[in-house]
Ligand binder design. Structure first.
Ligand SMILES: C[S@@+](CC[C@H](N)C(=O)[O-])C[C@H]1O[C@@H](n2cnc3c(N)ncnc32)[C@H](O)[C@@H]1O
Length: 248
């Protein structure tokens, strides 16, 4: 899968791309991440890409010409034209089901805004998918682009060490609710013990406990996720998780 990022601050991505799972996935050729500096498409001798808003008001607006010309050119860099995503707080909210859809594309082009955002004609002419990572305002689309890459890459085969891990996470296809509590050694710490069932070696009982934990945790923290059939965490056959481990 290939990600193209269009930004005014490509250097922001150097640490992100150079570390950890993403670096490994790039080295294994599962992923490709290419940044493009929008200023390279400026016609201004000072490489300006923004201007004052028509009608007045605070801040600056990113101009239409450099964005349209940049996107047209980078689309041609690869046989696959790619799905264009414009990061904006006004877009559709990113959720795990949407991340799963995005992971099906062979190429995503992520357009990062700054200042007051883009001239509306960027949207009118390029008709991107407009995406928000939440109901708050960031200074720029770069952090949002990292969120998209980070969430999508986990679903690309061969990127995670253990693919079961992504399948059982909170909000995943297997469980649209919240994941059950996890423990590791030591068995006991300052009077807090690991639930006995996890030490039992009985995998059927452990699965039932986790399912119950997940269901009750989701119900108490995110009741909005429980309800519509198919998209809900599964209702457990027993209430073991609730009885053994109070959910906080
Ligand atoms: C300061 S914001 C502009 C906000 C814009 N004036 C508005 O009110 O909708 C600058 C840029 O940050 C990015 N951004 C801010 N919040 C975001 C969010 N919640 N999700 C995705 N991108 C966001 C967008 O690319 C946006 O163009």
């Amino acid at each position: 899968m290939r990600f193209d990022i269009v930004t005014l601050f490509p250097e922001i991505f150097s640490g992100f791309v150079g570390e950890s799972l993403l670096r490994k996935a790039i080295d294994k050729r599962r992923l490709e991440v290419v940044t493009h500096d929008l200023r390279n498409w400026s016609k201004d001798k000072h490489q300006k890409v923004d201007d004052r808003p028509y009608g007045g008001g605070p801040g600056m607006v990113i101009k239409v010409e450099p964005v349209v010309e940049c996107i047209e050119e980078i689309r041609r860099l690869h046989a696959e034209p790619g799905e264009l995503i414009l990061l904006t707080p006004q877009g559709e909210r990113l959720t795990q089901p949407l991340v799963e859809q995005l992971a099906e594309f062979p190429r995503l082009i992520l357009l990062c805004g700054r200042y007051e955002g883009f001239d509306q004609r960027v949207v009118d002419l390029l008709q991107p998918r407009e995406l928000s990572i939440g109901d708050y305002v960031l200074n720029g689309g770069e952090v949002a682009a990292m969120v998209v890459i980070d969430t999508v890459m986990r679903l690309i085969p061969g990127v995670l060490g253990d693919e079961q891990s992504a399948r059982s996470d909170s909000f995943s296809q297997e469980n649209r609710g919240l994941e059950a509590a996890q423990y590791t050694r030591p068995r006991s710490y300052r009077g807090c013990d690991v639930p006995e069932v996890l030490l039992s070696g009985d995998h059927a009982e452990i699965d039932a406990w986790r399912q119950s934990q997940s269901y009750h945790k989701t119900l108490s923290r995110r009741a909005d996720l429980v309800g519509s059939e198919g998209d809900s965490p599964r209702r457990p056959e027993t209430n073991e998780g609730e009885k053994r481990e109070p959910v906080n």
